[in-house]
Design a protein around this ligand. Structure first.
Ligand code: ES4
Ligand code: ZN
Length: 334
C-alpha cells in the first residue's frame, strides 16, 4: 500500500498509448448504437464476451484483428474527443503528468472518416487535458505497416497542416510487425526528416520482430525512440548502442504479457537494461484491451521486481528525459 501511494505520486510520463486502444466496452457498445454501426457477426455482443476475448489473445495479430474492428464505431469528431478525454481523466487519476499519445489515422481514413475529424476531436481533448488536468500532451501519428508505404506517404500529406500548426509532434509506425520490416518505410521517414524536421520520429520495433528490426529502425528510419524494444536484449551490441545513444525504449509490460511476448512480466529484461544504462519508460499501450492503465503497469513491474525508491526515481527521471518536450517542461516534471 505504501509503494502504491509512492508510485501514484511519482511523476509519470506515458510515451506509448494508442488512443484507439483506450476504447473499452463501456464506450464501444454505446458508440456502436449511437452511430448505427452493425458490428461483424462474430463480434462479441456482451461485455463478458468481449472480456473473454481480451483475456485470450494468441499474439499481436489476434489482438489487432479485434482492435481494427473495434475502432469502426468511431465516426464523429465528438467520438474521438470523448475517447481521448476519457483516457486523459483515467490517466490523471493514476497520477500521470505527461502523455504522448499515438493514433492510427489510416484505420479511420479507410472507413471514410476525414483526417480533420480525427485530429480535431483528439486535439480538443488534449487542450482540455492541459487546461483542466494540468497534463501536458503530444499527438504522435502512426503509420500502419501492413499498408503500403505509398499509403503512408499520402497520409503524411494529409497531416501536413497539423505538423505546421504544431498539433502533431511525432511520427510512429505500428501494426503487424514481423511481415513488415522497417526498411519498407524508409521513404516515409526520409520525407519527414527532410520536410518536417521538427517532427520527432519513433517506431514500434522488437515486440515480435528481432533485434535487427531495432537496428534498422535506428539506422534506416533515424528514429530517436523505440516502442517496445523488448527483443533488444538478444543483441549485446545493440544494448551497447542504445545505452551510448541514450535511446529510450517505451516498454509496455501488461501488453507484452497479454500478447505473449513474454510468459511472465518478471521475464522482461528490465534489470539488464538498468545495469547497461539503457533508458526505458513504462506504458500501457492499449489499456482497454490489456487490463490496465499506467499505474497498473507500474504496479505490475513492482510486483515482479520489487525495486527500491532510488530505482523508481531513476526510471521516472529517464521517462521525463526521454519525453518529446522542451527542457523547461522537463525541469518542471522532475
Ligand atoms: C499495437 Cl501492441 C501494438 N503493437 C503494434 N501495433 C499496435 N497498434 C496498437 N497496438
Ligand atoms: Zn503499441
Amino acid at each position: 500500500p505504501e509503494m502504491h501511494a509512492f508510485l501514484h505520486e511519482l511523476p509519470k510520463c506515458e510515451h506509448h498509448v494508442h488512443l484507439e486502444g483506450t476504447l473499452g466496452p463501456e464506450l464501444l457498445f454505446p458508440l456502436a448504437k449511437r452511430n448505427n454501426i452493425e458490428l461483424p457477426k462474430d463480434f462479441p455482443t456482451t461485455v463478458e464476451e468481449l472480456q473473454y476475448k481480451y483475456d485470450n489473445f494468441k499474439d499481436l495479430q489476434d489482438f489487432l484483428d479485434l482492435y481494427y474492428v473495434g475502432m469502426g464505431v468511431l465516426i464523429t469528431e465528438e467520438d474521438f474527443y470523448e475517447l481521448a478525454w476519457a483516457y486523459f481523466t483515467k490517466a490523471h487519476a493514476d497520477g500521470l503528468h505527461h502523455a504522448e499519445t499515438f493514433f492510427d489515422p489510416q484505420g479511420h481514413l479507410e472507413r471514410g472518416i476525414s483526417m480533420e475529424t480525427v485530429v480535431n476531436g483528439f486535439k480538443k481533448a488534449c487542450d482540455q487535458a492541459e487546461k483542466e488536468l494540468g497534463i501536458t500532451t503530444k499527438l504522435i501519428m502512426c503509420l500502419l505497416r501492413h499498408l503500403p508505404a505509398k499509403d503512408g506517404l499520402d497520409t503524411i500529406q494529409l497531416a501536413k497542416p497539423y505538423y505546421q500548426k504544431g498539433w502533431i509532434h511525432g511520427l510512429g509506425l505500428d501494426s503487424s510487425e514481423k511481415p513488415f520490416p522497417p526498411e519498407l518505410f524508409e521513404e516515409c521517414y526520409a520525407h519527414m526528416a527532410e520536410h518536417h524536421p521538427e517532427v520527432l520520429l519513433t517506431a514500434h520495433a522488437g515486440e515480435e520482430g528481432g533485434p535487427e528490426f531495432i537496428h534498422k529502425s535506428l539506422d534506416l528510419l533515424n528514429v530517436t525512440r523505440i516502442d517496445h524494444g523488448v527483443n533488444s536484449i538478444k543483441d549485446p551490441l545493440l544494448i551497447k548502442k542504445l545505452a551510448e545513444q541514450q535511446t529510450m525504449l517505451s516498454l509496455c509490460p501488461m501488453s507484452n504479457l497479454k500478447l505473449r511476448v513474454v510468459e511472465d512480466i518478471g521475464d522482461l529484461p528490465i534489470r539488464e537494461w538498468i545495469a547497461a544504462g539503457v533508458p526505458f519508460s513504462i506504458n500501457s499501450d492499449d489499456p482497454a484491451y490489456f487490463g490496465g492503465y499506467i499505474l497498473d503497469n507500474y504496479l505490475a513491474v513492482q510486483d515482479k521486481f520489487g525495486f527500491d525508491i532510488p530505482t523508481w526515481k531513476l526510471i521516472a527521471q529517464n521517462g521525463v528525459n526521454g519525453s518529446f518536450v522542451a527542457k523547461a517542461r522537463k525541469d518542471e516534471l522532475l
